[in-house]
Design a binder for this molecule. Structure first.
Ligand code: CO
Length: 148
C-alpha cells in the first residue's frame, strides 16, 4: 500500500480505501430457514456463525469467492435489525467494505461531513474491527467498514 499523510491510503492519493467487498448483509426472520435455502438452492455452506450480543444479532456467513453473504437475524426486540425487519421487512441490510485501516476510512467519512453511527472503530464478528457509516451519509446504503 502507498503511504498517505498518516501512513495509510487516503482518498486524495487515488488509492481506494475500499479493498474488497467483505460481505453483503441480508436481514432475515429465520436464520436457519435462510441457511437451509442457500444450501439447498446453491449448495452454499456456512463458513462462520456467530451471535454478537452487543449488536443483538446472530449471523451466518456463506463464503462467495473472497467475500461473504451475511445472513442476519435479531436476537432481541430492541436490536436495530429487529427494527429494520419491522419497518422494511426482509432484504438487503448493509454492505461491508474491507479496508486496511478502519479508523482512517471512518475519519475520511467525518472529514467529508458525513454522519457516522460508530464514532470510533469497535470489535466486529470474526475478530474484525468495524465501524458503521449512516445511510444518510452514503446515498441510502448502510455501510460497514471492515478491517480484518
Ligand atoms: Co456486517
Amino acid at each position: 500500500m502507498s503511504a498517505g499523510a498518516g501512513g495509510a491510503a487516503t482518498a486524495e492519493n487515488g488509492d481506494s480505501m475500499l479493498t474488497e467487498i467483505d460481505h453483503v448483509a441480508i436481514a432475515v426472520h429465520d436464520l436457519d430457514a435462510a441457511v437451509s435455502w442457500y444450501a439447498a438452492t446453491f449448495g452454499a455452506t456456512v463458513a462462520h456463525r456467530e451471535r454478537v450480543e452487543s449488536d443483538g444479532v446472530e449471523e451466518a456467513l456463506l463464503k462467495v469467492a473472497d467475500s461473504y453473504v451475511q445472513l442476519l437475524t435479531p436476537t432481541r426486540e430492541d436490536s436495530p435489525v429487529a427494527k429494520y425487519l419491522a419497518s422494511r421487512g426482509e432484504g438487503l441490510h448493509h454492505v461491508g467494505y474491507r479496508v486496511a485501516d478502519c479508523a482512517a476510512a471512518l475519519q475520511s467519512v467525518k472529514d467529508q461531513g458525513g454522519k457516522v453511527i460508530d464514532q470510533a472503530p469497535r470489535p466486529g464478528s470474526r475478530g474484525t474491527t468495524v465501524a458503521f457509516v449512516h445511510p444518510k451519509a452514503s446515498f441510502g446504503t448502510l455501510i460497514e467498514l471492515v478491517q480484518e
